[in-house]
Design a protein around this ligand. Structure first.
Ligand code: SF4
Length: 179
């Protein structure tokens, strides 16, 4: 049984106050999400942590079923300059890697992070898993793992709207699978 008080303290020490516990069996996975990656996303085949460098959707579902506890982290941001979004993503994902690491050290050896947005740890992505420049730290996004983020976060009362522009406040989500 996870020590949620200890984990909450760990999250808060890293500045994460806006989160929700979840049972990973409640994560909504859809084949349509993968289709949106394949047809419509400019990063398909270009990011070493995105499809087709992630498992088939059915395997993603099986993977989530191996966990009994997870957390959804929400990040809200309004950017004056849309070009700042990559730097913001990089900074948040680096901090989240620390949270994953400390969760692991606290005794949760299965701890696995799904990044808030595409892995942008490097300025130029290497495009394939085997050529990834930072295989130890790169992680997939929820969407890259076939997660219907809209439907999943809505179960926990979180909003996710399609925005008309970057000048609007964004709600972005990262997932931590714990045990
Ligand atoms: S670590 Fe670098 S090469 Fe690997 S997925 Fe992330 S951006 Fe791409």
């Amino acid at each position: 049984m996870a020590d949620q008080v200890l984990l909450q303290k760990l999250f808060q020490e890293k500045g994460i106050h806006d989160f929700h516990w979840m049972d990973p069996s409640e994560i909504v996975v859809g084949q349509w999400v993968r289709m949106k990656c394949m047809f419509g996303c400019g990063d398909y085949g270009r990011n070493a942590s995105c499809p087709p460098n992630t498992p088939p959707v059915a395997e993603c579902r099986n993977f989530f079923n191996e966990y009994r506890l997870g957390a959804i982290f929400r990040f809200r941001k309004k950017l004056d300059d849309p070009e700042q979004r990559h730097a913001w993503t990089r900074e948040v994902n680096r901090e989240l890697l620390q949270v994953e690491r400390e969760t692991f050290i606290a005794g949760y050896q299965k701890a696995f992070l799904l990044f808030m947005d595409n892995c942008k740890l490097c300025r130029e992505c290497a495009h394939t898993r085997t050529s990834c420049r930072n295989r130890q730290h790169s992680r997939p996004t929820p969407e890259g793992m076939g997660v219907d983020v809209f439907a999943t976060v809505a179960k926990f009362g979180y909003p996710l709207e399609v925005l008309a522009g970057y000048e609007e406040e964004m709600n972005r989500y990262a997932f931590l699978l714990i045990e």
